[in-house]
Write a protein that binds this ligand. Structure first.
Ligand SMILES: Cc1cc2nc3c(=O)[nH]c(=O)nc-3n(C[C@H](O)[C@H](O)[C@H](O)COP(=O)(O)OP(=O)(O)OC[C@H]3O[C@@H](n4cnc5c(N)ncnc54)[C@H](O)[C@@H]3O)c2cc1C
Length: 296
């Protein structure tokens, strides 16, 4: 398919990018382009101008700050995230997620910022970042903002970014010792979109769950925290009994499901329940390992 005519600009700095977005009617950000270029070809979007941020050094860095917060630039690619020793040490679940995304070509182009700003219901990063309690820094001609993951992911293919605003970085505070994080998903085939995702994070102290986060995605249009499940798990011993406890609480959750040609709403919901059970079991194992490791 042939691309429609569109102006292409590659700003040299973040501030130039923000000015271009503020001053140009119909301008859109171009990052890895994996979704944007396809959307252009299919005439799903009609930007007048593409502002290419993919090579902006200000948006590509990955670092751990003095308080242990992991900062990943919005234009860092999946491959860069997967290979980063900082990410592997500070948030191994993020490195594992990046390493398993798409294929080698896709990992070299796709960016964490593009993945989050797209907020496709099936995207990998949004539910994980919500479970990790990540927050987002943005920039625009009006200045900077910080947005929590829960506010940022505003609905199917929607975020709380304002017109002309850029995502600049994703930030994740260190997890307490004794935390376990696990992600499970269901696909029809290894290269197809996820039908259901579940991410579980358990922060344990002395073998007891001090705080739980459980998030599902692909089933609702945007990642959803399962507050009944989280409340049910909190205060319980971190052992195999959490799996049934989570399942029982999941039955009480009100989830607005979406179905499509790949799977009905009811099927996706059932799959989400199964992935949740698996993620809880994995998170227990990972928390126990972290706890015993940190007290050994
Ligand atoms: C074959 C294929 C397989 C895929 N498999 C998966 C998969 O398994 N899991 C998965 O999660 N994704 C998958 N994707 C999606 C792919 O990883 C997305 O293209 C990606 O999520 C978007 O990232 P990008 O850097 O390419 O962004 P782009 O396509 O450049 O941009 C996507 C959207 O985000 C906006 N945007 C990008 N960066 C910013 C920013 N910093 N600030 C503000 N707005 C911004 C753009 O304006 C655009 O609207 C797949 C894509 C393809 C083509």
């Amino acid at each position: 398919m042939i691309l429609p005519p569109v102006r292409y600009v590659r700003p040299a700095t973040l501030s130039e990018a923000a000015s271009l977005l503020a001053e140009t009617d119909g301008a859109s950000v171009l990052a890895g382009g994996q979704t944007m270029i396809n959307a252009l070809k299919l005439d799903l979007v009609q930007p007048t101008t593409l502002v290419d941020i993919h090579r902006l050094d200000e948006l590509r860095g990955i670092e751990v700050t003095a308080d242990g917060t992991l900062v990943i630039g919005a234009a860092a690619t999946y491959a860069e995230i997967a290979a980063s020793p900082d990410v592997r040490r500070a948030q191994p679940s993020v490195a594992t997620m990046a390493a398993g995304l798409v294929d080698r070509q896709g990992r070299n182009r796709g960016t964490i910022g593009g993945n989050c700003c797209l907020n496709d219901p099936t995207s990998n990063f949004p539910p994980l970042l919500m479970a990790l309690g990540a927050w987002f820094r943005t920039a625009s001609a009006q200045g900077w903002r910080s947005i929590t993951a829960e506010t940022f992911f505003a609905g199917s293919l929607a975020t709380s970014l304002r017109p002309g605003e850029l995502l600049t970085s994703v930030r994740i505070r260190p997890l307490p010792p004794g935390s376990g994080v696990a992600h499970r998903h269901q696909q029809l085939a290894s290269d197809s979109w996820a039908l259901a995702r579940a991410v579980v994070r358990l922060d344990t102290t002395g073998g007891v769950v001090a705080q739980a986060r459980a998030v599902i995605a692909a089933v609702p249009g945007s990642p959803l925290r399962l507050t009944s499940v989280e409340e049910e798990l909190t205060g319980r011993p971190a052992d195999a009994s959490l799996v049934d406890a989570a399942s029982a609480a999941f039955e009480r959750e009100e989830v607005e499901t979406v179905g499509d040609a790949h799977g009905s709403a009811a099927y996706r919901l059932e799959m989400a329940g199964i992935q949740l059970r698996r993620a809880v079991a994995d998170a227990v194992a990972s928390a126990v390992e972290a706890w015993t490791g940190s007290t050994a």
